[in-house]
Design a protein around this ligand. Structure first.
Ligand code: ADP
Length: 264
């Protein structure tokens, strides 16, 4: 538990000294610390690919007569690192937008069927035949932002693919429960040890940095999921067993449901 810290100012008043508590610094200090951490992490994440790209550019300059095959190899590595930086910058912009009061949620009717078919399609492309992926949709449409939910559901589905070894299976479902409509992604992947679960939605928190990077992870996916769900009044729960697999469940409030005739 962090100690609370109060900012005090001593203000002379009618020849006496009075102590006024002006504000509680605990919260602003915490926010400042988070901001510093975020910048430090983001800079570190960008520095690695930049170092690789600069290294190969210097080789290209100092060794102009390298054979075509070697040069193609270097170009491929530079392109990969460029993509990594692009993913990171895009995720950072997405997070900033989601947190900004200037971008309020613009709710619309979300066509769940179409959205989840798209999520299935993208997960299947990412898996490239390495997993068995299935989808069941049996629940109502809801009101929300289709773009934001595509990003949240897409992140959960792509994580399932990225953290599930070959031959594993992934099941995506949309169901109606007494608590409200529910999106679930269940995988038979590597699982997560219990001590990590409560920290997964923190920016740049990863159980295994090298695996996350190998699979094009930015470490921001679940932070984006958390922010989208906050904006939608939806709750995320994570159940996992190391070596067996994980289930990520998103439950929406009943008030989010669209009636059958409600317009888009
Ligand atoms: P990343 O880009 O690293 O995947 P995320 O924010 O999406 O970042 O996820 C944070 C961490 O949570 C991951 O690095 C990984 O350790 C863990 N994780 C997320 N989804 C799963 C999953 N389905 N199975 C196992 N671990 C997962």
């Amino acid at each position: 538990l962090r100690e609370r810290k109060l900012v005090v100012q001593i203000i002379p008043f009618e020849n006496r000294r009075q102590i006024l508590v002006t504000h509680d610094a605990t919260e602003s200090e915490r926010i400042e610390m988070m901001r510093r951490d975020f910048i430090a992490n983001a800079s570190h994440e960008l520095r690695t690919p930049l170092t690789v790209i600069n290294g190969f550019l210097e080789i290209a300059q100092s060794q102009p007569n390298l054979d075509v095959q070697t040069r193609m190899g270097h170009l491929k590595l530079m392109i990969e690192q460029g993509h990594r930086m692009q993913n990171l910058v895009e995720d950072m912009l997405t997070l900033t937008r989601l947190e900004s009061v200037e971008y309020p949620l613009r709710p619309e009717r979300v066509n769940i069927h179409a959205l989840l078919e798209q999520i299935l399609h993208e997960a299947t492309a990412l898996s490239n035949g390495r997993h068995k992926i299935s989808l069941d949709v049996d629940g109502p449409d809801i009101r929300g932002s289709t773009d934001e939910l595509r990003s949240a559901f897409g992140n959960l589905a792509s994580n399932a693919v990225r953290y599930t070894p070959e031959q594993g299976s992934i099941h995506i479902a949309w169901t109606m429960t007494p608590a409200g409509p529910r999106f679930t992604v269940r995988d038979t992947g590597i699982g997560i040890r219990p001590e990590h679960i409560s920290r997964l939605t923190e920016r740049f928190y990863r159980v295994d940095k090298s695996r996350s990077r190998e699979t094009q992870g930015t470490g921001l996916g679940l932070a984006i999921v958390k922010h989208v769900l906050l904006r939608h009044d939806a709750a995320l729960s994570i159940e996992s067993e190391p070596g067996k697999g994980s289930t990520f469940t998103v439950t929406f409030a009943n008030k989010a449901i669209c009636s059958a005739d409600e317009a888009a």
